[in-house]
Design a protein around this ligand. Sequence first.
Ligand code: SF4
Length: 473
Amino acid sequence: MTGMFSQSQGLHEECGVFGIWGVPQAASLVYYGLHSLQHRGQEGCGIVAVNDAGQLRRVKGEGLVTEVFNEEKVASLPGPMAIGHVRYSTTGGGGIENVQPFLFRHNTGDFALAHNGNLVNSVQLRKYLEDRGSLFQSSSDSEILAHLIKKDAIDRRQPRILAIMEALNMIEGAFAFLIMTKNRIYACRDKYGLRPLSIARLGDGYVLSSETCAFDTIGAEFIRDIEPGEVVTVDGHGIRSRHYSEYRRNAMCAMEYIYFARPDSDIEGCNVHSFRKESGRLLWEEAPADADIVVGVPDSSLSAAMGYSEASGLPYEMGLIKNKYIGRTFIYPSQSMREKGVRMKLSAVKTIVKGRRVVLIDDSVVRGTTSRRIVTMLREAGAVEVHLRIASPMIKSPCFYGVDISTYDELLCARRNLEEARQAIGADSLAFLSEEALFKAGGRNDLCLACFNGHYPTSLYQSLEEANRDGKF
Ligand code: SF4
């Protein structure tokens, strides 16, 4: 979206991956799986399937899963193995050439690759590979892994798993990769455990997904999460595991719990709705508000609002309603239309908020524009006070791991204290959840919290100069 119709959106995740091994008409199940992961990326999607003759075929396009695929296109991808991808583009930009899965034709065997996350040493690796003669088709990080896997193929013809493990040891950052050859699927997770990836059973076959909600959609039975630094091989021998790195952490992206994942997904043993509800309870303990009703910002803040309501005894009310039917091609109203009162995604319910003191629960504050707009909307609908409570700490730093928290300048809290942030938003009071509460809500002792506290789990590689050029600082 560009020009006068563009508007500042919320946070965006970079992608979701889904794969099926050993189930007839695998592509049709991948279609349903991707549909369940649609919240992780709406700009493009694709499926690659292996047919009975061992050939890899692909359909991909820009848009939602339901826009790119129809019955005919899914039927054009027969076979018992398939991987798919939904994309939101940040690194590498948009454009069909960056829509995944990537498909590589090679004399040692074709393969397909789908990736969620972001590499932090892509500049260095791209240069290293180009110096050795690699030609890149796209600007996406994912292609780098493919070139690394194949870089020594002609010299050594080593088993593919060794080449994959060697390549994984060269890349740094956040990733969940699915790599599919004509016989098997390899599922790989970064050694920091930043992005989720799980495996399930379906009949005699296996399913891989960024989120467990997609397993339920197709009736698959969850087996386990892929571990940080692990490569799981899925083929006729069942599932086999190898670790490519001695170093391992469980620094799951906290934003997966707070905002990205679907409430019906479980991430590393913790249900996302339960996490958010508990964070809402803790938010009441840390920052009680004197108010009449609790209102959550739909949809990702509703669980936290429920928890806040339960803990405080204040009634939970549907004070905001979301119009869910805004597609990619929706024409956003211009500034002058908005001034005339044209509302897009959210509306305040006047009869509920009028004359009430509202405690408004939101999951996070990025640019602050949405929070400001909602507070104003509630006041215009008659709320006498609006107390904003945020179910995460202040976002102060950019994310280098595939989430478009891009520059310090765009972040409301990067250079403001609590009172300055409150004034900028226009709320009667403002409070954020502590980092300790996030650990407590998840029942875990490690998480990535880098966008809150600047402690990045990986090296960042980018020199200050490069980061400046990319607008990170
Ligand atoms: S910096 Fe923030 S958004 Fe990025 S991976 Fe870490 S917790 Fe997630």
